[in-house]
Design a protein around this ligand. Structure first.
Ligand SMILES: Cc1ncc(COP(=O)(O)O)c(C=O)c1O
Length: 383
């Protein structure tokens, strides 16, 4: 065993633990959206991204099972070799039709899709302009790309304009709903600015798709924009659509290019076909039924009304944050809530900036009004 390397790794782990930053995976014994069971104890779940409750929706589960029986458990190859089955094509077509884009490519995860999007579309003459609070997958992709990288203050159009005027060949990257703060940029203003500087606008809508806009078409639609006005959009299936995997959608030229040059697309096994069948069913339900979104929105309004006296972040989305500052405090509060039967993970650096450890509360259509009332009562007690 190479002792020096192992000692280095152990030291880094000990340091993380000493800083209260060690992450410990939790094994769920049961999950039904609203409740989860860990080590034999049931908790009200306010930590999942299953905003519409589709991860356990019986019609989605049935589509998954039928997909497996029809197409097999795995895709058997990368999409450009033998991995593309009829159900992948159906899913791509359904996404393109739902969002009003010319073409869609599927990816094994949102992380991989963001890598492919930024690494393939930018080159060394470009400058990527990313929001300060961008997701790790976007930051890593930008750092690994040949392009230059600049960050602008969170959702700050004036700061973006200042950068746009100073860099060469800018490409602007933002998120529909920010994963830790739950807020959104002013996309029409951002798009107008991008058009003025001839800069492509790339959107990660992981937390907007399914939840926002008519038929759940996402943040751009919710803000009155046509999806085709954006250079391309990435969103994943592991949040509101309840399963896993991701896609990039946009014009034929952009997607044809990613198909040829996106290494995370070319050199990776295509999504399992049953998963595609399940996502197809989730999209059908998302488009046809408003009641899940209506229920989610009445839960968000109820939560924000009942918790108006708590120091909530300014978010109208399913992601609600209470910043507590230190990691120790966030962990202690999260543990106290667990003792009261509420599962609410503490989010600590480096996921959020230093000094802004927090509770990240995610609301779902699966919650009842009583669940929300109980959550706020318990929050008030522990805070
Ligand atoms: C904004 C955002 N982008 C990308 C990802 C990565 O997606 P996935 O979990 O499918 O890899 C996530 C989720 O973790 C996210 O919140």
């Amino acid at each position: 065993m190479p002792q020096a390397k192992l000692a280095q790794l152990s030291q880094a782990l000990e340091q993380r633990a000493a800083q209260q930053l060690l992450r410990v995976p939790v094994t769920l014994e049961r999950y039904d959206g609203r409740l989860l069971v860990v080590a034999g104890k049931s908790y009200l779940n306010f930590s999942a991204n299953d905003y519409l409750g589709l991860a356990t929706e019986p019609q989605v589960l049935q589509a998954f099972a039928e997909g497996a029986a029809r197409f097999g458990a795995g895709s058997s190859g990368s999409p450009l070799v033998t991995g593309q089955h009829a159900v992948h094509q159906q899913l791509s077509d359904s996404l393109a039709d739902w969002l009003g884009v010319e073409r869609v490519l599927l990816f094994s995860s949102g992380f991989a899709a963001n890598q492919a999007m930024l690494l393939s579309l930018s080159n060394k003459t470009d400058t990527l302009l990313l929001d300060k609070l961008s997701h790790a997958s976007l930051i890593d992709a930008a750092l690994h790309s040949e392009a230059g990288l600049k960050r602008f203050a969170h959702n700050d159009i004036a700061a973006l304009q200042n950068l746009l005027g100073r860099v060469s060949q800018p490409m602007v990257v933002t998120e529909g709903v920010f994963s830790m703060d739950g807020d959104s940029p002013d996309l029409p203003a951002m798009l107008a600015l991008c058009q003025r500087y001839d800069a492509p606008l790339l959107l990660d809508d992981a937390h907007g798709l399914g939840v926002l806009g008519p038929q759940g078409r996402g943040t751009a639609a919710a803000q009155g924009l046509s999806q085709s006005a954006l250079f391309c959009t990435m969103a994943n299936f592991g949040k509101a659509l309840g399963s896993g995997g991701a896609f990039i959608g946009g014009s034929k030229t952009v997607l044809d290019y990613i198909e040829q040059f996106g290494r995370h697309y070319i050199y990776s096994t295509a999504l399992p076909p049953p998963l595609c069948a399940a996502v197809l069913k989730s999209i059908e339900l998302c488009r046809a039924d408003n009641w899940r979104r209506d229920k989610l929105y009445s839960n968000i309004v109820l939560f924000r009304t009942l918790a108006a006296d708590l120091a909530l972040l300014n978010s109208q989305s399913a992601i609600q944050g209470v910043v507590l500052g230190s990691s120790e405090r966030a962990l202690a509060v999260s543990n106290q809530l667990k003792q009261q039967g509420i599962w609410l993970s503490a989010i600590r650096p480096p996921t959020v900036p230093q000094g802004s450890a927090r509770l990240r509360i995610t609301l779902s259509a699966a919650h009842t009004a009583d669940d929300i009332t109980l959550l706020v009562q318990q929050l008030r007690q522990v805070l």
